[in-house]
Design a protein around this ligand. Structure first.
Ligand SMILES: [Zn+2]
Length: 186
């Protein structure tokens, strides 16, 4: 299990989809979940960087979990997902300011993602307050983008949720370049 987290964390980090201590990963195991430690650096995950706690119940380790634990919990309670990848992909976050939804114009993005909704927030809202809305959208979409913040991707496997995150960033990079060239896709 550690190697799964390490492989995905390292891939996100080397591709610039998370920076420093940003982003978090989790998987669900029955009534429990394993999530990255508060403040851990995804590019360099060690055994002590994983925290096991309940999907609904707290335990001694709960305070050590990522500060976005409640969003991961809400997703597991309200969807069939078994893995969540939260990242801060820069092109996707940039486009989240100007778009209501991301519609990939590349084939891979279209096949994998179809479209990605952008959840807008008012500046005062805490990310935690959006948990219900994020979970609701993730019943319908593989990835949701939170305006000015980052992406939440779900799947049965951590690798797959990473793959969707990477596809989103790839599509957004292309959309960004096309906008710069003033090409209207489609
Ligand atoms: Zn974040």
């Amino acid at each position: 299990m550690l190697s799964q987290f390490q492989a995905v964390g390292q891939a996100l980090f080397t591709q610039g989809l998370v920076f420093s201590q940003g982003g978090n990963l989790s998987i669900k195991l029955g009534e429990h979940l394993v999530i990255t430690h508060r403040g851990s650096t995804l590019g360099f995950i060690q055994e002590g960087d994983l925290v096991e706690t309940g999907v609904s119940k707290n335990n001694r380790a709960t305070p050590l979990a990522s500060k976005e634990l409640e969003i991961h919990r809400c997703i597991y309670k309200n969807t069939s997902a078994s893995a969540v990848v939260h990242a801060h992909p820069p092109y996707a976050v940039a486009l989240s300011f100007t778009e209501e939804e991301i519609v990939p114009c590349d084939l891979e993005g279209q096949i994998l993602l179809s479209r990605v909704p952008v959840l807008s927030t008012d500046a005062m809202a805490k990310l935690e307050d959006l948990a219900g809305e994020i979970a609701r959208l993730l019943n319908e979409y593989r990835v949701v983008l939170v305006r000015g913040h980052g992406s939440f991707a779900v799947s049965q496997l951590l690798e797959e949720a990473y793959y969707y995150t990477s596809a989103l960033e790839q599509s957004c990079r292309l959309l960004y370049l096309l906008k710069t060239l003033k090409v209207v896709p489609g």
